[in-house]
Design a protein around this ligand. Structure first.
Ligand SMILES: Cc1ncc(COP(=O)(O)O)c(C=O)c1O
Length: 382
């Protein structure tokens, strides 16, 4: 089946490259191949493209250009932020505080730090909506961790956390605060100054940019240790010749997404509403997970009791519909995800959980089409 015949509803896994981003990238994949670090005039346009892209990205999130560090994507940004808690030696408790619903890019980085550097990792719990339980969080902050990382929006259940409030509590105790905003950047308004955070991770392929490129925002005057050693790129903090074309594509895609954000959000909310209304009408036992109000637009986590999510996904796939059973990064696992466990979803529901994430490319009739197929499958099983 070609991409044109598919109904793609897995935009939390990745998004389609914006044609404008591809167009902006093309010169740097063809004629303008100069190395931005070279001194001759041929490299000037690559160097200028980097400077412009940095400024565009900074403006989109309310940062200044020297606070943006290009990386290979969300995973690297998360790895860097967490390792920086260790390398920068902000405090010496040898403890990092995260939440129980972080992405594996955070979890597994912490696991390694625990093993290699003998740190303890505290995982602060969430309620049934996936929201951090603030009084418990505050108690954990008072244990004075070296750094805190709490995701802005969850990839599996779509819940948006109150990052500004949590960063404020962290700063009361002078503890640096990082947020994994990979699912949020380009989709909901983000101003790093309003959030009051020290570091933020983002990834271009989640907002219609190319894959393999992202950035880490680091607030001015935050100690930032190099994570990849080598040359002097990225102010000596992240070595390696920059992926100029991808960086230009990322900046173009982010700018477009920010310009279209309110229209996109309106459209995605309507698509979700149509889908949910039809499902609720025909499958009254169906459960929608996450915070139903503070959530990513177009993000649906649906649990169907007594249904196998893998079976449903397979049947939908045969009918040309791409959805996911949960986190794409974890799709090989048939185990119940740590996120669904963290929100205490009963096993019967967790096993029947699919994630549908609409994007601006989805048409008005697609939610109804997908819902019809889901309902048919469930009725057949039941
Ligand atoms: C919340 C979150 N963090 C990090 C990542 C990893 O990003 P990347 O695919 O750019 O490495 C993902 C990808 O799904 C994600 O959803």
């Amino acid at each position: 089946m070609t991409a044109k015949q598919m109904i793609y509803a897995d935009n939390a896994a990745t998004t389609k490259l914006a044609p404008e981003a591809l167009e902006a990238m093309m010169p740097f994949l063809t004629e303008e191949y100069g190395n931005p670090s070279s001194l001759y005039s041929f490299s000037r346009s690559a160097k200028k493209a980097l400077t412009d892209a940095r400024a565009v990205i900074a403006e989109c999130i309310g940062a200044s250009p020297d606070e943006i560090f290009f990386t290979s994507g969300g995973t690297e940004s998360d790895n860097w932020a967490i390792n920086n808690f260790v390398l920068a030696k902000f405090h010496r408790q040898r403890n990092i505080l995260i939440s129980s619903i972080e992405h594996h890019a955070i979890f597994n980085t912490c696991l390694k730090i625990a093993q290699v550097h003998h740190y303890s990792i505290t995982s602060t719990p969430v309620n049934e909506k996936g929201r951090i339980i603030l009084p418990i969080y505050k108690e954990h902050v008072e244990e004075f961790p070296d750094g805190i990382s709490i995701m802005l929006a969850n990839n599996e259940i779509g819940t948006i956390e109150d990052i500004a409030q949590m960063a404020d509590i962290a700063h009361h105790y002078c503890i640096p605060f990082h947020t994994d905003a990979v699912q949020a950047v380009g989709h909901i308004p983000i101003d790093v100054r309003d959030l009051g955070i020290d570091m933020l991770s983002a990834s271009a392929h989640k907002f219609n940019g190319p894959k393999g490129i992202g950035f880490l925002y680091v607030k001015q005057n935050t100690v930032l240790k190099p994570f990849i050693d080598g040359g002097q790129q990225e102010a000596g903090r992240r070595a390696g010749t920059e992926n100029v074309a991808a960086i230009v594509g990322m900046a173009t895609a982010l700018k477009l997404n920010c310009e279209r954000m309110s229209d996109n959000r309106r459209k995605l909310k309507n698509l979700s509403k149509t889908f949910k209304t039809i499902i609720s009408e025909h499958l009254p036992d169906a459960v929608f997970n996450g915070d139903l109000i503070r959530r990513l637009p177009g993000h649906i986590s649906l649990s169907l009791p007594g249904i196998s999510a893998e079976g449903l996904l397979h049947v939908l796939d045969l009918q040309g519909i791409a959805v996911s059973t949960g986190a794409a990064c974890n799709s090989k696992s048939t185990e119940i995800s740590h996120v669904l466990k963290a929100i205490d979803l009963p096993e019967k529901l967790a096993k029947g959980t699919i994630r549908i994430t609409f994007g601006p490319n989805n048409t008005e009739d697609q939610p109804r089409y997908i819902a019809d197929k889901v309902i048919k499958y469930c009725k057949k099983q039941g």
